[in-house]
Design a binder for this molecule. Structure first.
Ligand SMILES: CCC[C@H](O)CC(=O)SCCNC(=O)CCNC(=O)[C@H](O)C(C)(C)COP(=O)([O-])OP(=O)([O-])OC[C@H]1O[C@@H](n2cnc3c(N)ncnc32)[C@H](O)[C@@H]1OP(=O)([O-])[O-]
Length: 731
């Protein structure tokens, strides 16, 4: 709804649709009604549009998309037009965020004033669509084509100050000011002034002459940054119309672009992702606790054990979340290097204006290096981030048990190892949990939190809350080898090596993944993170080529298929980008170049094993990489390790850079259709057999297909668990 009042001859229309003042159908109706009322009221000389509560409207109501209600009039464009056509000055008074349709209605106003800490932007592209209420045509007219292309094709949020510097915001109201009062004064002063040039549809795009070169520049950029995504490209094409066509024609091109995008599977996947991101914070451990009733502990001081790559990143996350951060590293050289890195990063953030001088000095003061376990006696929570070895981790947990306060939570940043086994060496298993960060921890958005068998509701609530304070997409999962992400990802990696054995080369596999939308292929990522990481994990599990007793078949571990190609690569000193050679070679830059030496290694291997290489199609490559991962995803859901398919999808989007426009592996499977996915898995299972158990069709997937075909992804868990809970279910 909206609220209407007249103050000192100024009509104030305040959108009132908590929490974010989205422009839902009932809001649009009441906005237009009040606009007409203000227009016809002779006592009103000007009109202020604002948001009640937390914010100016943040856009269309995303929940209405793909539903018939979104088509019910009036549209947001009707409101924009009415504001612009008004004979009385219209002023948008922005606080909080003016995003998407929210900024579009502000662009319809003759003037815009904004609180200094407010944000503006057209982020529709992140939902796989475009600004569909005239934004693609009005924004370039006010901030220029180059800036508008940048804003719309990447969907960033920008400060009011930036908006003012580009002419979008007419006045910035300082902190502490009352936006409504300022807007009323501004509105009074605007009465009687000419509105001709204030109507943005009347003016032309300032840098229209540069349209072709700007198009080329931005198209190149988006195809690199948002590979495979449709929306950024359509956005650019539509913005181009603002420079070449009349306003009305441009609007028609916007309408058509929106129609194309809304009909695409990509926009559905991205809208799903928007809600999934928010849904994961509403965690639950069925029958035990959930986000609504568990109370987190207050965490003031955190300890980080180990200052390697992971420890440093985790320490930065803790400092950014305002925690006193004790960093324990006993090796003096490693400690000096780690602390130097962290302080250097704080300085970089300050220089980039991500933090101010005061925040920078607070973070520096909150960083406390210690060189013995006693130094951690005051912390509320410890995160160990040492080498992935159960033996070492258990020793650390025993030491932490002795020195830490009884109330302290002991967490491990393990990426694969059993949390319950670590908990078993302490007297406080209820206070033990996993906090799996992804490298680099201070950059990657994902935090995969692992609840142990005995983790208490308070412990779970605390690690989830800490993730939120770190502004991470924080997903709660159960305990098993590799948890959700690495357990599923192992099959993606394994299949890629099997593909090499059978006929593909690294670039061929990577090209398929790039076409799918990944920013990097599997082998490029392997080189970037270092081939030594995987090798050390395999060595810890006794799997590497060199650890096998004489006579062990090279391509088997126990009764399972194994590819030793990754081991060979490491043993040749090809550690990846840092060694300038891995799956590729690197000559003076980070560009991967196929290396004949790697090709020879693969060819020799095939000859030794009498493998006749065959052509592997892109379709087979993609299915072989993704479907086993999806199949394992269903096993993970069946076992309750992940609570919902969107938990898995968020883990892959934010931890493994899975292309957002596909929604994630589980949503992608839903888009293709579960029957089709199962068919491929069953065929492969027949071919591969017991030595490749990751192709064994998951019970849950099979049951869903047999009984429901391709049910809505939102219903998978409900349908399956209902059936499973029945006594005769056999599931
Ligand atoms: C014709 C086309 C016109 C137009 O061009 C199209 C658009 O405008 S497209 C739109 C373009 N605009 C955008 O894409 C902006 C989308 N919004 C955002 O990016 C963030 O919400 C914002 C940054 C504003 C605040 O972040 P924060 O402070 O972390 O808060 P939070 O994120 O946790 O949200 C709190 C609750 O509000 C909910 N909700 C929020 N927005 C909407 C919405 N538009 N709708 C419905 N619901 C929305 C959200 O789901 C959550 O619900 P719940 O049940 O509590 O989980």
């Amino acid at each position: 709804m909206a609220k209407y009042s007249v103050e000192n001859e100024v009509a104030v229309i305040a959108v009132d649709n908590p929490p974010m003042n989205a422009l839902s159908h009932h809001v649009r109706k009441s906005l237009l009604k009040y606009l007409k009322e203000a227009e016809s009221d002779e006592k009103v000389t000007s009109i202020v549009l604002c948001g009640d509560g937390r914010t100016f409207p943040v856009g269309a109501d995303i929940k209405e998309f793909h539903k018939s209600v979104s088509k019910l009039g009036p549209t947001i464009l009707d409101i924009v037009d009415a504001l612009e056509k008004s004979k009385k000055p219209t002023i948008a008074a922005i606080h909080g965020n003016a995003l998407g349709g929210g900024l579009e209605i502000a662009l319809g106003c003759h003037y815009r004033i904004a609180m200094t800490n407010s944000k503006v932007g057209l982020p529709e592209v992140k939902l796989g669509i475009l600004p569909g209420a005239g934004g693609t045509q009005r924004l370039p007219r006010v901030i220029g084509l180059d800036n508008a292309m940048q804003w719309i094709a990447y969907g960033g949020h920008h400060s009011a100050g930036i908006g003012a510097s580009l002419g979008l915001i007419d006045r910035v109201v300082p902190q502490g000011g009352n936006i409504r009062e300022h807007a009323i004064l501004f509105a009074k002063a605007a009465v009687g002034k000419s509105l001709g040039q204030r109507r943005l549809s009347n003016i032309s795009v300032p840098d229209a002459a540069k349209v072709e070169s700007l198009m080329a520049k931005h198209l190149k950029e988006v195809s690199k940054k948002s590979r495979g995504a449709l929306a950024p490209i359509v956005c650019l094409q539509v913005i181009k119309s603002s420079a070449l066509l009349s306003y009305q024609e441009g609007l028609e091109s916007e309408r058509q672009g929106m129609f194309t995008l809304l009909a695409s599977s990509q926009s559905r996947a991205q809208i799903y992702s928007f809600f999934a991101e928010r849904q994961v914070s509403k965690w639950s451990v069925p029958g035990v606790t959930n986000y609504q009733n568990a109370v987190p502990m207050k965490v003031k001081a955190v300890g980080v054990v180990g200052l390697g790559t992971m420890g440093r990143g985790i320490a930065i996350c803790c400092l950014r979340a305002g925690k006193i951060t004790y960093v324990l590293e006993m090796n003096t050289k490693a400690q000096t290097a780690g602390v130097k890195y962290i302080r250097g990063y704080i300085e970089t953030m300050r220089k980039r204006k991500q933090i101010n001088d005061q925040q920078s000095s607070m973070m520096n003061n909150a960083l406390i290096p210690v060189d013995n376990y006693n130094g951690l006696k005051n912390v509320d929570l410890v995160i160990e981030a040492v080498f992935e070895s159960m033996k070492i981790k258990k020793e650390i947990f025993k030491k932490l048990e002795k020195v830490c306060k009884p109330s302290a939570i002991l967490a491990s940043n393990t990426s694969t190892l059993n949390i319950d086994e670590m908990a078993s060496v302490t007297k406080r298993p209820q206070k033990v949990a996993g906090m799996h960060f992804f490298a680099p921890a201070h950059i990657m958005m994902l935090l995969e939190n692992i609840r142990g068998e005995k983790s208490s509701p308070e412990t779970i609530a605390t690690i989830m809350d800490l993730g939120k304070q770190m502004r991470k997409t924080t997903v709660l999962v159960g305990n098993c080898h590799g948890f959700v992400g690495n357990r599923m990802f192992a099959y993606y990696t394994a299949e890629s090596s099997f593909l090499l054995e059978e006929g593909a080369y690294p670039k061929q596999v990577d090209d398929v993944l790039l076409d799918y939308g990944f920013a990097m292929g599997r082998f490029q990522v392997g080189d970037l993170s270092g081939t030594d990481i995987g090798y050390k994990i395999r060595r810890e599990r006794g799997l590497t080529h060199k650890q096998q007793p004489a006579g062990t078949p090279e391509r088997k571990r126990g009764d399972r298929r194994y590819s030793p190609l990754d081991d060979f690569l490491y043993e040749k000193g090809r550690y990846g980008l840092k060694a300038r050679k891995g799956w590729y070679k690197y000559e003076g830059s980070r560009t991967p170049i196929p290396d004949p030496e790697v090709r020879k290694m693969i060819d020799d291997f095939r000859k030794r094993h009498n493998i006749n290489p065959r052509h592997i199609s892109p379709e087979e490559t993609l299915q072989r990489m993704i479907f086993p991962l999806v199949n394992e995803g269903f096993n993970v859901l069946d076992e309750g390790i992940a609570a919902n398919p969107w938990d898995i999808d968020m883990i892959f989007q934010h931890g493994y850079a899975w292309p957002r426009h596909t929604g994630g592996p589980m949503y992608y499977a839903y888009t293709i259709g579960l029957p089709q996915v199962l068919k491929v898995i069953e065929e492969r299972w027949k071919l591969a057999g017991a030595s490749e158990p990751h192709w064994k069709p998951s019970k849950m997937l099979t049951w869903l297909v047999e009984h429901h075909g391709n049910p809505d992804i939102n219903d998978w868990i409900k349908l399956y668990k209902e059936r499973k809970s029945q006594p005769n279910s056999n599931l």
